[in-house]
Design a binder for this molecule. Structure first.
Ligand code: ADP
Length: 244
């Protein structure tokens, strides 16, 4: 359902993604792990074309973009609308309440009527455990609550896949679990998710597939147990030893 074929991305002379291919099945969770600087975030940003790949093909649902050709803005906007993104830092609008933040894309992008968008936003904020916080501004929320608003906002647009870029890495340790819990619940409901993460327990318990990236390539991929407990490649072994 999501097909990434031979994705390459350079920034000037720097080749960050050298040749990355990945298929993601509907309803699965893919965890991307690897050392800092290996290209994980760039890969994720290429999937929703926040960074335009230098080469390669992306297919989501029925739409394919081949980046070896000239790509129109319209194609990019259409493909991007099939993805939701949850960032390391929440990226909420500071002057809007939690409710307004979740409604924003529905009203401005999808042209949904305000009362319909409001009901949907309240339902989603309830789903992430924030029904009592809907009228607060981002700075009145904890980091974990802000991230949960970010998740509700991504869900509101009903994307085919949600991309998470280290969603807990900027949080105080005691706030990490409340965000992981929401992500685990989404996975159990069958949401398709691609998650860049340093949370090895989450990867082991929740992911269907773990991808280990290093130096702009996928070095190893497979079932979490195989990759995390019985890695085949020396670089995977070395990385896992360093972080444990
Ligand atoms: P990871 O997520 O695995 O830590 P990143 O994808 O963030 O890795 O970064 C991979 C490499 O790409 C790093 O060397 C980083 O400095 C470089 N890079 C990322 N984004 C940009 C950019 N916009 N311009 C130039 N270099 C970038």
């Amino acid at each position: 359902m999501i097909k990434l074929e031979n994705i390459k991305k350079s920034f000037g002379e720097l080749e960050v993604l050298k040749d990355v291919s990945l298929n993601v099945e509907k309803g699965t969770v893919t965890a991307i792990i690897g050392p800092s600087g290996s290209g994980k975030t760039t890969f994720l940003r290429c999937i929703n074309i926040l960074e335009q790949p230098t080469d390669g093909k992306i297919t989501i649902d029925e739409q394919t973009i081949d980046f070896s050709n000239k790509v129109s803005k319209k194609e990019i906007i259409s493909l991007r609308s099939k993805t939701g993104m949850v960032f390391q830092q929440h990226h909420l609008f500071p002057h809007l309440t939690a409710l307004e933040n979740v409604m924003e894309g529905l009203v401005t992008v999808q042209k949904v009527k305000k009362d319909v968008a409001k009901k949907k936003a309240i339902d989603l904020l309830t789903k992430v455990g924030l029904e009592e916080k809907i009228n607060l501004l981002p700075h009145q929320l904890s980091g974990g609550q802000q991230q949960r608003v970010g998740i509700a906002r991504a869900l509101a647009l009903e994307p085919t896949v949600i991309l998470f870029d280290e969603p807990t890495s900027a949080l105080d340790p005691e706030l990490v679990q409340e965000v992981l819990k929401v992500m685990k619940e989404l996975a159990e409901e069958g949401m398709t998710m691609i998650v860049v993460t340093h949370e090895m327990k989450f990867a082991r318990d929740v992911a269907d597939e773990v991808i280990f990236m290093d130096g702009g390539y996928i070095v190893e991929q497979g079932h979490p147990k195989d990759v995390l407990e019985h890695p085949k490649h020396a670089r995977t072994k070395q990385f896992l030893q360093l972080i444990q």
